[in-house]
Design a protein around this ligand. Structure first.
Ligand code: ZN
Length: 325
């Protein structure tokens, strides 16, 4: 069983920058590339396999026709999505529904739970996580009264921070922030506030009614949300395999929630990776390494399929790994 390397899909966004090219060397379609859908089987951005036996096949097709590569996991669609997001300008402040709400109101879509690893940000950068309303009534009043400054919870952010964003959590990244996002395979977003900005002379539509339906009140800080290196293991009980959560110490466990586990791994020399999950998603965020005889460099994204067993990695690199739960 071989590693499966993927070709990302790029998305132009009005708020996007050029760091996909300057930081990662991707051959991007334009200067406002906001999102790199790096490991995705979503209809809006279905990655293709780059090399090997399945070269040219989309990830959705691979999931459909070769479920053995994914440990015979069940489900009508590939469960996760890995993205890199480059925000040159502030993103609109938004919130996502959970599975139950999305199934009913969004044509059977999955909800969206997501988490962010901060790859880079400006000095003194901030991030929007949560709100200050104490009751649903207060939330409604503040939204209808346009009291955004009082409502929105804005906190400092630093390179290397990690945030878990549950459905119902108000959130946004600001200009100058580069993140790696691990999320459920969904594209449902409700825009709560867009800083009253104009695009072609018009404000972009907001989704106030849906936002009011799904925002959690009061805001609860997620257990996996920790700033600046204070990350501790959370919810280990629901992890599929606790035994190798840290891979003999070179993995740092960032989160396990009901949909995914995420780890950061620092490689310096040679390490074994025990692939005991159904399958694992990997992204190289710094450096380069050799895995399974294949060279990997910063900006490469891959899947370690089921039954791969122990893998040897050599090099100096930082990875984000994830697995379905
Ligand atoms: Zn989001």
């Amino acid at each position: 069983m071989k590693m499966i390397l993927l070709e990302p899909v790029f998305k132009q966004m009005i708020w996007g920058g050029n760091r996909m090219r300057t930081e990662y060397g991707y051959d991007v379609p334009g200067d406002n590339t906001g999102e790199c859908w790096a490991i995705s089987a979503h209809p809006q951005g279905d990655c293709t396999v780059a090399t090997g036996e399945y070269a040219g096949m989309t990830l959705s097709k691979l999931w459909e026709s070769h479920r053995e590569l994914f440990g015979n996991a069940t489900g009508d669609r590939f469960p996760l999505l890995t993205k890199i997001i480059d925000a040159q300008h502030d993103l609109s402040i938004q919130v996502h529904p959970d599975d139950v709400y999305a199934r009913e109101h969004e044509n059977g879509s999955l909800g969206k739970m997501e988490c962010w690893y901060i790859l880079d940000c400006d000095e003194d950068a901030t991030i929007i996580i949560g709100h200050h309303a104490k009751t649903k009534q207060e939330l409604e009043d503040m939204i209808h009264g346009a009291k955004w400054k009082e409502l929105i919870r804005e906190i400092p952010v630093h390179k290397g921070d990690f945030f878990q964003i549950n459905p119902g959590c108000v959130h946004a990244i600001k200009g100058g922030t580069l993140i790696l996002e691990t999320q459920q395979n969904s594209d449902i977003t409700y825009r709560l506030y867009d800083y009253d900005r104009l695009q072609d002379g018009k404000k972009r539509p907001l989704h106030i009614a849906q936002s009011l339906d799904v925002i959690t009140v009061p805001f609860e800080e997620s257990e996996g949300t920790q700033a600046s290196g204070m990350i501790e293991d959370a919810n280990e009980d629901c992890a599929m395999s606790v035994r190798n959560q840290t891979q003999n110490g070179w993995f740092e466990h960032l989160i396990t929630c009901e949909y995914y586990s995420v780890w950061k791994a620092e490689l310096d020399g040679t390490q074994a990776l025990i692939q005991d999950q159904k399958f694992m998603l990997g992204s190289v965020i710094e450096g380069s390494a050799i895995l399974d005889g294949c060279e990997l460099k910063k900006g490469d994204h891959f899947i370690l399929p089921a039954g791969m067993g122990d893998v040897t990695l050599t090099g100096t690199a930082t990875f984000i790994f994830s697995a379905m739960v």
